[in-house]
Design a protein around this ligand. Structure first.
Ligand SMILES: [Fe+2]
Length: 101
């Protein structure tokens, strides 16, 4: 199994003016893509090649010889979460429970 760069869940200019289309293109199309490419290269003929992304992160975190796999798999996972945590016209007030100290 090889991993693929997921499509953004919104247009690349949907987060402007907070995050520009150029920033999203760089961060998604180059930065995130590099983690995916590196991870796929590191997993060629590797015992974790057919594992899920989550299993790769967990197993690689326990073996220092897999630090490169762990770093790239972790960054792939982190970026997937990052894209999903933002949306056009997002933000606004935080829940009142969180405003209390
Ligand atoms: Fe990034």
């Amino acid at each position: 199994m090889s991993f693929e760069l997921p499509s953004l869940p919104y247009a690349n200019d949907a987060l402007a003016p907070y995050m520009s289309a150029e920033t999203l293109d760089f961060h998604h199309g180059k930065h995130h893509q590099t983690y995916v490419t590196n991870l796929n290269n590191l997993l060629k003929d590797h015992e974790l090649q057919s594992s899920s992304l989550e299993d790769i992160v967990v197993k690689a975190s326990k073996d220092a010889s897999m630090a490169g796999i762990f770093n790239n798999a972790g960054q792939h996972w982190n970026h997937i979460l990052f894209w999903q945590c933002m949306k056009p016209n997002g933000g606004g007030s935080i829940p009142s429970e969180l405003e209390e100290d």
